[in-house]
Design a protein around this ligand. Sequence first.
Ligand code: 3NM
Ligand code: MG
Length: 577
Amino acid sequence: MPPSVDYSVYLVTDSTPAILGPGRTVVDVVGAALAEPEKKHVGIVQLREKDTDARTMLENLKALHAFTAPAGAPLVVNDRVDVAVVAMARGHCEGVHLGQDDIDVATARKLLGAEAIIGVSASTIDEAVTACRDGADYLGLGSVFPTTTKTNAKHLVGTPGIQRMLQAMVEAGFGHIPTVCIGGIQTSNARRVLFQSGYRPVAASAETTAPPAKELDGVAVVSAIMAAADPGAAAAALAEQVRLSKTQGPTDFYRALPPCSVQARSAQASPASVQRILQALHETTPLSHNMTNLVVQNIAANVALAVGASPIMANSGDEAADLARLPGSSLVINMGSATPEGIANYSKAIAAYNAAGRPIIFDPVGAGATATRRAAVRAIMASGYLDVIKGNEGEIQTVYLSGLCDEDRARETAEAGPLQQQRGVDGGNALDAAARRRLVSRLAAREKCVVVLTGAIDYVSDSRGVRVAEVADGHPILGEVTGTGCCLGTVLSATVAAAANLRRADKEGNTGDGEQGAEEIDTFTAVLAGMALYERAAARAAVMPSVSGPGTFVPAFLDELSRCRRAAAANDMSWLA
Ligand code: 3NM
Ligand code: MG
């Protein structure tokens, strides 16, 4: 049996000058990363040299082992079973890491023995399961994101791809084999990547139990440590993010949830919780930061004011860091600008809000309409954790399909019928009610966020894909006014931020109204509260005597949003009846 290993932070070396920086050697950097062996920030090290001769590799292994051994971190060598045989015999290495075109695991095992650590890289379901069957001790799964470090990185799998490989491992009986992910992992995204990559199935019905869950054991990095100015500090920071991911998700809004064995098929927000959230919104005036298009800016800002939020329309990613730090702020990304510059701004803003632990609402406007927009969706999804994804059928379907691995995409496209090319920003109408429920629930479970599919009936899934609410309110006249779909995102940002303020106040015990211990106000409940306000206000406004069409509807709608919110703040929920 190979030794037990802490895979939380797995350091892979790289000696190319572009990564290492001037005047540094691999041994220097690994030495610095392991400078405080008792802290054990790095659990395992791999020497990865693509163009080095065997003798130099053996020398490097010897030098590295002087640092890895005192830290209790095994040292393995990339690709080269021959080098591993010699280095292991000399006591300078503990195993080998194999790619898909290297010597097979069984042969390596025969040459290296039962005590050797043998790891394998996998980027597909088949590769992962095969490596387990062949006797790998751990798997490196990736590439999660594009990386410039590995020039021949084949597959980009994203967090959904990692999750799918973990699922396949569980289903094939290899849930016990440790895994790390690799490719584009940095301190800034490690926590959310680990969180979103976890396979956490729920039971299909109340009579059955869920299959076992499987989480990644850690992250494998090259540049995050090898290119860091202070490799020791970088290793410590990564180790801290891995630790946090195991206890709490990527934002303040996401705590570790207990395993759930029963599917609650339907869910509604109680009037009491809607009232609490709207009251908090009224009292705390959260900032709603909208990155949105020009057509929508005016009405979205007015809607934000009407519901009691403080709007700022700012499309520059550079501003986001300051805005994200303001108390109670939240971000709406309305994908109006799918240009490279627009996407760079969204990515910066997502990183800033994730780092501050503040919520993000993503509205993938027209997601399926063009190849550019489909690519923009993938780039935005890869930029960070999005607390709520809201869109019409075509948009949500595009987001869902964009994260599937090739095997699953082929299967599910056949299952759901051929995908329609989306026209403009109008959603498709190909799916029946059951398929819509399934779509929101699967996307939510995969991305671990709340998903809203809008339509005559709206479907809302909680972030485990367990509770799915149907909201059948609103009015068709909303479709006759530009920007009303986008404004729902603005309202959701306000209620989700208000709910966060409420939880923070509850935690600090200063609500002053004896409400502590009241029903948990999560993001799902906050989204349902925002939808209740938005759709009831629209339905009420549409039948006002003053309203004779879309032009007169808009002012009446703003009035009703404001009136209902103020009524809720004054404990009057009669409008919701
Ligand atoms: N293997 P960085 S990606 C060595 O996909 C390696 O198997 C990969 O570098 C895989 O942490 C990769 O700097 C490079 O992104 C990872
Ligand atoms: Mg290899």
